[in-house]
Write a protein that binds this ligand. Structure first.
Ligand code: COI
Length: 329
């Protein structure tokens, strides 16, 4: 299996090097993002590896003409893949799996930071305002926490939250016995109605698009803490902003938002950012915006490289693999 990897960051290199030219895998890589201008770098390879870049029709078709049969994304989510087009072209795909602790730990950090108004406290401390007014918090342990989605990450958040002693409600289309040891499955409206903290752990597919809209927010408790470490497309940003303006949402911690494309993982400190959603969200004292980095740990980075390479290899070796994208099979 010959793999050409694009957008390999410095911190990924050592893991790529570990696999390079061993384990039945030949791999070369560049740091540049894939584009129509550098498609031909993948000539002579069986597969390309990318990370959450949007690929155009021209790129899929161009790679196919060059002989590319497989595409891997070094991310768990593959909502940036054009699955119908890949199917039409006969390109198979894999995504990554990585330690669910990365996003689960980050989510719980955001819950705690939101409960204790941490951004405001840090900002005021930086101005030498050590007074108490405006900084009183909620105890996470006393909150009812609602987890939407009980896949690997949602389940891990639930298990870890159990240690805090919170009451935990869960909503998912498929229920897991393991989750029932720590949380009670309820319908989504009950979750909205009863939870002080709501956290999303579902994929960014068409079915989940704008699950959190005006209607859903209206059903939530007043002053709810809302956490999104899943996908921006699950939330209607305008509805979220209105919820913050009206005070319905007491705090939002967003590692992702629908209009983030083109911003994250770039250093834009000298640029004029044209992104109205982010501009508005960043004016709220009760909003934390992190740049889609909940995944970013040494463990997950190593897992992202390893699982995608092994997933690609499975196409030719016939090994079983849980990272092959089912919709393309
Ligand atoms: C994922 O793995 O799905 C993520 O959200 C992280 C990725 C965008 C780098």
């Amino acid at each position: 299996m010959k793999i050409f990897a694009y957008s390999v960051r410095e911190d990924e290199e050592k893991y790529v090097e570990e696999f390079r030219n061993s384990n039945g895998i030949v791999c070369d890589y560049v740091s540049e993002y894939p584009s129509v201008d550098n498609l031909s770098l993948a000539k002579g390879y069986d597969a390309v590896s990318i990370i959450n870049n949007v690929l155009t029709k021209e790129m899929y078709e161009g790679w196919r003409k060059l002989g590319i049969k497989y595409i891997a994304t070094r991310s768990v989510g593959y909502d940036h893949f054009d699955l119908p087009l890949m199917k039409e072209l006969g390109i198979r795909g894999v995504h990554a799996t990585y330690s669910p602790n990365a996003v689960a730990n980050f989510t719980i950090m955001l819950m705690l930071m939101s409960c204790r108004k941490m951004p405001f406290m840090l900002y005021k401390a930086g101005c030498q305002d050590f007074s108490l007014p405006g900084k009183i918090g909620k105890e996470l342990s006393q909150c009812t926490v609602g987890i939407i989605g009980t896949g690997q990450i949602g389940e891990t958040v639930i298990k870890h939250l159990h240690g805090f002693g919170c009451r935990i409600l869960a909503y998912s289309t498929t229920e897991k016995e393991e989750v029932k040891k720590y949380a009670q499955y309820v319908d989504i409206d009950t979750l909205y109605k009863e939870c002080d903290v709501i956290s999303l752990h579902i994929p960014g597919n068409e079915k989940n698009r704008h699950l959190i809209d005006r209607e859903a927010i209206a059903k939530m408790k007043d002053d709810v803490i809302f956490i999104n470490t899943a996908r921006g497309s699950v939330v209607d940003s305008n509805a979220l902003i209105e919820g913050l303006e009206s005070g319905k949402i007491g705090f939002a911690a967003l590692d992702t938002f629908e209009e983030e494309r083109g911003l994250y993982y770039k250093n834009l400190e000298r640029e004029q950012i044209v992104n109205r959603t982010r501009a508005i969200l960043s004016t709220f004292q009760n909003v934390i915006l992190t740049p889609h980095m909940a995944f970013y740990t040494e463990q997950s980075t190593s897992d992202m490289v390893r699982t995608t390479m092994l997933g690609l290899r499975s196409f030719e070796s016939g090994e079983a693999s849980d990272v092959v994208i089912r919709e393309l099979e």
